[in-house]
Write a protein that binds this ligand. Structure first.
Ligand code: HEM
Length: 340
């Protein structure tokens, strides 16, 4: 006898689509999540597509990297547009990840059964930040060299694995050809794979979640929620195309490592808060170099931020307030750093 609980459709893809189509999304929070998350997924897809196009011309060597990016912008048809879309979609992805996390905190949407989704979401945001930071090093401008130096120095301060991390990043004592090849490998290979994995885990988890209360009103994923997600994606395309057409990302001259100095260099906006903390700190704290103290505090703070819903299972208001204050401090610090 055939087990009725087993789907007898011999075509797995059709069966999967059928199951997805039959999913229901809770109105309100569930729907907001679908819309925000679809913008994140859409931007990751845009990055992967435009990234592969840019990689067709990119040459990962200190002597050629900057010239190869310049060639794309000036000589390749639609090259400037593709680069601009890659640039703005990266920053849009950070904003979309930040907005999704902030929304989850405000609505306490990280509570059970969503704690694992929260951990994946923080993972997606972290990987998107690493992608944007490594990408900014690829055109090998003075800013790229200084950021490569600062990030490898900070990575070197991470407790226990720091020196190994720094050695792996640089492949030598200072940023050079090997570092650039590794940055490209991480940017175009390892990180996109990890990011795709985290996004898939999050989507699978969300698809398996049941509404928190049986009485919660739901709407079908297809077509209702999917239609709203498509409208959000279409609005993202319009904003991306407008930004890319009217705000060309800058491309400074190639840098010489020995001559690169940090004077006049502003860190990327999403790292501004961290840089300001490092600048404001005294040289040593409790007898230890402050870069070490701050990096350790950041690693621990980030771990706590990612894992707190697993500890605070009920989602207490007190913990929500603590996380909100931490987020407000980061946003306020970033704005202050950008204005200074
Ligand atoms: C979420 C994924 C990704 C993000 C957030 C991201 C972000 C960035 C950023 C911010 C830049 C610097 C652009 C600029 O100079 O203004 C960049 C450059 C670059 N990216 Fe990506 N990227 C992603 C995925 C990829 C993938 C999958 C590839 C290749 C398979 C790739 C290849 C490149 C190349 C070759 C450059 C150097 C060219 C240039 O600077 O214009 N990226 N990326």
């Amino acid at each position: 006898m055939e087990d009725p609980s087993v789907d007898s459709d011999p075509k797995p893809l059709r069966s999967l689509l059928h199951r997805l189509g039959a999913l229901n999304v809770p109105r309100g929070d569930g729907l907001a999540f679908v819309v925000l998350f679809s913008v994140v997924v859409f931007l990751v897809a845009v990055e992967a597509t435009t990234g592969v196009l840019l990689a067709l011309y990119y040459r990962p060597s200190v002597a050629d990297a900057n010239a190869s990016v310049r060639f794309v912008v000036t000589d390749v048809e639609y090259g400037a547009l593709v680069r601009a879309v890659h640039h703005w979609a990266a920053h849009g992805l950070l904003v979309a990840c930040g907005a999704t996390l902030a929304w989850a905190v405000l609505r306490r949407a990280y509570r059970a059964p969503n704690a694992f989704a929260w951990v994946c979401g923080v993972g997606v945001a972290f990987l998107a930040m690493l992608e944007t930071a490594t990408g900014a090093m690829l055109p090998w401008t003075r800013q790229s060299v200084i950021e490569a130096e600062i990030s490898s120095t900070l990575a070197g301060q991470v407790p226990v694995v720091g020196p190994l991390l720094r050695g792996l990043m640089l492949g030598g004592s200072e940023p050079g050809d090997l570092a650039l090849a590794r940055i490209l490998g991480v940017h175009a290979g390892a990180l996109p794979m990890a990011l795709t994995f985290a996004v898939l885990l999050l989507a699978l988890h969300a698809a398996g979640c049941t509404p928190r209360k049986a009485s919660e009103q739901t709407i079908p994923l297809a077509p209702n929620a999917a239609l709203r997600a498509s409208i959000a994606a279409a609005a993202t395309v319009i904003v991306l195309l407008l930004l890319s057409s009217f705000r060309t990302p800058p491309l400074a001259a190639s840098a010489e490592v020995a001559r690169a100095s940090a004077s006049g260099i502003k860190p990327s906006w999403f790292l501004a808060f961290m840089h300001q903390m490092l600048e404001a700190a005294p040289a040593r704290m409790i007898g230890i170099p402050s870069a070490s103290v701050i990096t350790t505090a950041l690693v621990l703070g980030f771990g706590a931020f990612a894992l707190f819903p697993l500890v605070d299972r009920r989602g207490s208001r007190a913990m929500q307030a603590v996380v909100l204050v931490a987020l407000a401090a980061i946003v306020g610090g970033t704005i202050r750093a950008l204005l200074s």
